[in-house]
Design a protein around this ligand. Structure first.
Ligand code: SAM
Length: 353
């Protein structure tokens, strides 16, 4: 048989293609160690995988092999002594509940199972993920599975906490007296705005009834983190942004419109348009697709939104088209200085004249 000589760059490309093809091996192994909190067992120093396995009731040899595989990605460090691992900088991050909740949300079973039907979405042009696992939509999964709902809300708070500082530094909310965060989830962004700007008299966190009900569990956490002057200006209202929203000077839609098709986004913006004052502004914090042929996390997120949520990440042009379809004009589209976030930019709208 003739042997083909391969240069290094060809071998590297083959390696990368294979790595992508088997990406689910890494995703599933990472998801497993996060779900079983394996990194926390190394917080006080190196430990044997076999002893950890016995403590948590899993197969010792299999756990060893999972940790060995992950150590090749810098998650755990395999020591000289057989079966013993120590904490690495990456596995130490897995001990921070804050961050892990975000990664768990994206790698957990509903999302993974939903991706089995990816090809069906591409063929049909419809978002088939949730339907293929027996649900009407992503929101149906959230409503019917309370523990998944909790993972979702925690995940959103993680993603928002990562970008709050940038949003506050690069957005001027000072002209507004009343700010409504539509789909504000656990309210962390709005509370930070109220804390920073005493001139904002009222913040309304608006979300679905199930979310606002769940937020009642956050009362003591909020009291520990915020002063009574901040909390006294914060209110929560439940409802649907397809029906009606409270009146406000500024509406925040953060990681909301990327959840929905253009048609649904026009419905949401039309509701806002009906309820707003003539001079109110809409602040959208979402991705702005702005490059081609470059590594770009946002276009991968776009595929997940396409298949699992029936949503979309948008370019500047697409944001402009969406705004005008809903009777708005774009005041500003500005990318944030922080690039590795989901809401990498702000799109500010006002009602068209
Ligand atoms: C992707 S999360 C974004 C949460 C938050 N804005 C953030 O950036 O962290 C979408 C939010 O929209 C809420 N939501 C979904 N459908 C809604 C509706 N019809 N009316 C109001 N809120 C809704 C969800 O409950 C969830 O809190």
């Amino acid at each position: 048989m003739e042997t083909v000589e391969r240069d290094d760059s060809r071998l590297e490309m083959e390696r990368e293609l294979m790595d992508m093809g088997v990406g689910y091996w890494k995703s599933r192994a990472l998801n497993y160690v996060m779900e079983d909190n394996i990194a926390k067992h190394l917080q006080n120093g190196p430990r044997s995988a076999f002893l950890i396995a016995n403590e948590i009731g899993v197969n010792p040899e299999f756990l060893y092999r999972v940790m060995r595989a992950l150590s090749t990605q810098g998650i755990f460090k395999e020591e000289e002594e057989y079966g013993v691992f120590s904490q690495s900088p990456k596995s130490a991050i897995l001990c921070e509940n804050d961050w892990v909740n975000g990664v768990i949300f994206e790698s957990e079973d509903f999302a993974y199972r939903s991706w089995f039907s990816f090809r069906e979405s591409i063929k049909s042009g419809k978002s088939m993920g949730p339907k293929s696992i027996g649900y009407d939509s992503f929101w149906d999964i959230v409503e019917k599975n309370p523990s998944y709902g909790a993972v979702f809300r925690e995940g959103m708070t993680v993603f928002t906490n990562h970008i709050i500082h940038t949003i506050l530094n690069e957005t001027d909310f000072s002209p507004f007296e009343t700010i409504a965060d539509l789909g504000g989830s656990q309210g962390v962004l709005l509370l930070s705005i109220l804390k920073k700007l005493p001139s904002v008299k009222k913040g309304i966190n608006f979300d679905l009834p199930s979310t606002i009900d769940n937020n009642k569990l956050l009362v003591s956490e909020r009291e520990a983190q915020h002063s009574s002057t901040t909390l006294s200006r914060f209110t929560e209202v439940s409802g649907s942004f397809f029906d009606s929203v409270p009146q406000a000077d500024c509406y925040i839609l953060k990681m909301i419109l990327h959840d929905w098709s253009d048609e649904k986004c026009v419905s949401i913006l039309t509701t806002v348009s009906k309820c707003m004052k003539p001079n109110s502004k809409v602040y959208i914090f979402d991705a702005i697709i702005d490059s081609k042929n470059q590594p770009n996390y946002k276009v991968w997120l776009d595929l997940h939104m396409l298949h699992h949520v029936d949503g979309k990440e948008r370019s500047r042009k697409e944001w402009g088209e969406l705004a005008s379809l809903a009777g708005f004009q774009v005041v500003e589209i500005t990318p944030f200085s922080e690039k590795y976030s989901r809401s990498t930019g702000k799109i500010v709208l006002s009602k068209s004249a």
